[in-house]
Write a new protein. Structure first.
Length: 230
């Protein structure tokens, strides 16, 4: 595991839980609006945590923490992720995984093995416009669609979420996404925010009025659609 970040305590990353968040390095998407540039393109001198350091921390906080969030980057790029999660589960923690959905086979295996308790999957945009945003080589929507279908089966607690940019998302897009994710347990829209770690800072935040309009469009398809961090 390439672990490039650790947030020791968070009340935000795992809904309703006190957690630590682990940030893995590397991603197969190059979304220009991503706010984790140093995780997607790790510097040669990037500091990496050892597993020993991570588990030493978790053991020291065992009486405080409910769970562990694993995010990135894209954690499912790491073949040793299941083994790493098992060690966390063996300590008695709940595990939430953030993913872009490009590795449905690993997601399915993690769910089947009961190694994850919650999955948050990013939905970048509509199926047709995905590569315009994700900038992924040899792009194929099929794995992402398979991950969506897997979560919609409801075998695990989950959410879908989209970072909304004024330049990239329209009412028509939201209508299409709503049809795609119809019946989902939860869907969150979060507004784009500028930061020093954004890969290509050319975007802007939509207005609150626009976000609320998007929510109204989505709710007939996904009643539990909400704004997050607004």
């Amino acid at each position: 595991m390439l672990i490039l970040g650790l947030q020791k305590t968070t009340l935000l990353d795992y809904p309703g839980k006190i957690a630590s968040t682990i940030f893995t390095g590397g991603c197969n998407f190059k979304c220009p609006f991503c706010h984790n540039k140093d995780l997607v393109f790790p510097p040669k001198d990037a500091f990496a945590f050892t597993e020993e350091e991570i588990f030493e921390h978790l053991l020291s906080k065992k009486k405080i923490l409910d769970g562990v969030c694993i995010t990135g980057g894209e954690p499912t790029l790491h073949k040793d992720l299941p083994e790493f999660i098992k060690k966390i589960k063996d300590l008695g923690f709940l595990v939430k995984l953030d993913s872009n959905g490009t590795n449905p086979d690993m997601l399915a295996a993690l769910i089947e093995s009961k190694l994850v308790d919650y999955i948050a999957m990013d939905i970048k945009t509509t199926k047709e416009k995905y590569n315009d945003i994700a900038c992924m080589n040899s792009f194929d929507i099929a794995p992402i669609d398979a991950s969506v279908s897997l979560l919609l089966e409801g075998k695990i607690d989950y959410e879908f979420r989209t970072t909304v940019m004024a330049e990239c998302h329209t009412v028509t897009d939201m209508e299409a996404i709503g049809q795609w994710l119809k019946g989902a347990r939860a869907y969150y829209l979060q507004s784009y925010r500028e930061s020093e770690q954004v890969i290509n800072p050319i975007f802007s935040s939509p207005s609150l009025e626009t976000l609320e309009q998007f929510i109204d469009v989505l709710k007939p398809y996904i009643p539990n659609t909400q704004l997050r961090g607004v």
